[in-house]
Design a protein. Structure first.
Length: 185
């Protein structure tokens, strides 16, 4: 398993090994010891599974705060996504900056997004399937977020803005500058 830090060092890109033979492949996608050594804590308490039917489905930018703040380990098991993590830790030298990476069934990578980051992904293919582990349960009252096209964050989404498909809830998210201090370091 290869684990590497991205431009914001707390965000990790994980590439599990695939052992292939004529029947298909086998892969260890989570291994407690290897992840702990890389600074990716458990325990994970919930698995989430999302299917998006179209290209340009954008889910995010989301996080949870308080005792149910979530770290997320995201992988794509069918299709491809552009995955983004935005640093919202007040006092961080990278506050307001983002890391974006393509995660796909083909490249078999995963991304670790720790507590203190907004998270989003945009589908790059139709019929995309995403599975992710979280370190805290879903808590509607702890949900926070920022609008996907905030000009101060300036995410370079690979899908044109007029082709983005959002939930009604995500269309109403505020700008980052309108959010209170969600996390401090």
């Amino acid at each position: 398993m290869k684990i590497e830090a991205l431009a914001i060092a707390d965000i990790k890109l994980i590439t599990p090994r695939r052992f292939q033979d004529p029947r298909g492949f086998f892969s260890e996608t989570w291994k407690d010891g290897a992840f702990a050594e890389a600074g990716i804590p458990g325990p994970f308490v919930q698995d989430n599974h999302a299917v998006s039917t179209g290209v340009g489905v954008l889910r995010g930018l989301h996080c949870q705060v308080g005792p149910n703040a979530q770290g997320k380990l995201i992988r794509c098991t069918r299709g491809a996504i552009y995955d983004v993590a935005v640093d919202v830790r007040w006092g961080s030298p990278t506050f307001g900056q983002y890391v974006g990476v393509e995660i796909s069934a083909e490249n078999w990578t995963q991304i670790w997004v720790p507590v203190g980051f907004l998270h989003a992904y945009c589908t790059l293919t139709a019929d995309t399937e995403v599975i992710y582990k979280v370190t805290a349960p879903y808590d509607k009252s702890a949900e926070r977020g920022a609008i996907w096209n905030d000009p101060e964050i300036s995410i370079d989404w690979p899908v044109p803005a007029d082709q983005i498909i959002l939930s009604d809830k995500d269309k109403l998210l505020p700008f980052l500058r309108e959010l209170p201090q969600l996390f401090r370091i």
